[in-house]
Design a protein around this ligand. Structure first.
Ligand code: FEO
Length: 165
């Protein structure tokens, strides 16, 4: 059985994953509108991935005999200044998610909840990969510069990254 503290922390995390899914869906739509079709595809896929993360955590709470709670999702922005700014927001959000996961790992250890500690290792590894991935994307966009030709090719490179996920 999960302690109330662990249960609350996991339910809060459910909300963060859901928020990421909504946020990336909104970003995908903006990319489609702006003609960044590769980035749009990447972000649609990533939005689904985040939904998968949410469900993985949701199911864990249920399987542990606790109550998984659907969280309210804050409003997400619909417009962005540039492709670079958009992916910088993604990286910032992923870093916050990493911190949040780390704090639950710490709590699980403190409470000697080794099942939750073990469950969270998948998320620890996933966050490491995600931060690496978004750093790569930001590097690609920076190299492309601000002219439309460079950004066109950066967008194509971002689309290719879907296959590596
Ligand atoms: Fe599920 Fe990208 O954090």
């Amino acid at each position: 059985m999960l302690s109330v503290k662990i249960q609350n922390a996991l339910n809060t995390q459910v909300g963060l994953e859901d928020y990421a899914s909504h946020y990336y869906l909104s970003m995908a739509s903006w990319c489609d509108k702006e003609g960044y079709f590769g980035s749009a595809k990447f972000l649609y896929a990533h939005s689904e991935e985040e939904k998968g993360h949410m469900m993985k955590m949701f199911k864990y709470v249920i399987d542990a005999g606790a109550h998984a709670l659907v969280q309210p999702v804050p409003k997400v922005p619909h417009t962005f200044k540039s492709l670079l700014q958009l992916f910088e927001i993604v990286l910032k959000h992923e870093k916050e998610v990493t911190q949040s996961i780390s704090s639950i790992v710490e709590l699980a250890l403190k409470e000697k909840d080794f099942a939750t500690f073990n469950f969270l290792q998948w998320f620890v590894a996933e966050q490491h990969e995600e931060e690496k991935l978004f750093n790569t994307i930001i590097g690609t966009i920076k190299m492309a510069g601000t002219d439309s030709r460079g950004l066109f090719f950066a967008d194509k490179e971002i689309e290719k990254l879907i296959a590596n996920k």
